[in-house]
Ligand binder design. Sequence first.
Ligand code: PSV
Ligand code: MN
Length: 422
Amino acid sequence: MEQDKIDHYNHLHLREHQRKFDFVAADVPKLDEVLKKLQAFQIAIPSWALGTGGTRFGRFSGGGEPRSLEEKIEDVGLIHALNRSSNSISLHIPWDIPDNAPAIKALAAELGLHFDAVNSNTFQDQASQKHSYKFGSLHHVDKAVRCQAIEHNVEVIKYGVELGSTALSVWLSDGSNFPGQLNFRGAFQRTHDSLCQIYEELPDDWKMWIEYKPYEPNFYSTTIADWGQSYMLASKLGEKALTLVDLGHHLQGTNIEQIVSLLLMEGKLAGFHFNDSKYGDDDLTVGSINPYQLFLIFNELVEGMDARGMNHATGIGWMIDASHNVKDPIEDLLQSVEAIKIAYAQALLVDKQALVEAQEQNDVAQAQEILQNAYRTDVRPLIAEARLRAGGALNPIALFRKSAVRNELIKQRGEKTVATGL
Ligand code: PSV
Ligand code: MN
């Protein structure tokens, strides 16, 4: 997307934007600071989200999906050109192996991108592998399977080093489907032991992010099922190991904002995989079902990060992890980033001092007023202004549609392309 196309589009919509911006900006204290924070805030795009996702029942390709890692990087470059808020990509190995790392790195750099965490995959069998992960990987009862999974993670670190990543993200599908299948303690101890061996291989400036999930694909138990179990492992492993929160990996009604607050307090919050869910790990667009929860999470994040003097943009990892099976992936990712920034901007508007006073006086109604005053502010013009100042489009999705980018991609890549991923 050429810059003059973006500038031209912005020019046509500037007056309308200015009117909306002036209206909301008039009531924002420290406006410049807020805009700078919004400009600095970037959300990583996972390499597996650029194709149309599916379910175990089927997958309906949308056409023009990226056929290679290079094309995935080009799609992220396009997203970033439009929103100026997605300057990194997170690779899942072996779905996206950077065979020629220097060339891949150069292509990314040309588009203003760098590499976020690298993700290992020991939840699927690859044609070339000797042992199966049918009954788990790092927790497996057979040492040979554990060794194979450990070696895979070490290889992923190697790829990450070549690309300039500084974190290994580990999600295990290890668990059991039926009572009696597994000795919980044994499985946990073997997982810990395997993770220790991977941890030993981390470069000095690297982190290990340990993701948890209560079920799926195992439906009776998961070996790292919740934040407590992840935190236990992260604490035993050492300071480079942290807990990763994927919003979809919680049972209904879980108070995620409280989890976030406490992990942050302990310095053990690695970051996020953003998505939304109605029933389970539905992988829906973040903010599409429960934007208020997202705001409450950001409220804790901003408060907790400020308490520790952390930089909001770089203090922890911010990433999308969703699977869009009926939407255009690029539009869905643009919507995701927008939803995250809206929640962040609203959290920045919370009157912290007034909230602390209300809390100290047990003034519950006033505390709710303060939070909801921020939540009910239409902050979209603030985000658009931050984007405009960074050279992005006032309305990224509208410009994406107006330019008929998807049609162009279908022409170049074909109607029936299928990107790697789940
Ligand atoms: C598992 O559900 C997960 O959230 C993990 O982060 C995986 O790496 C990702 O989805 C892709 O399957
Ligand atoms: Mn995830």
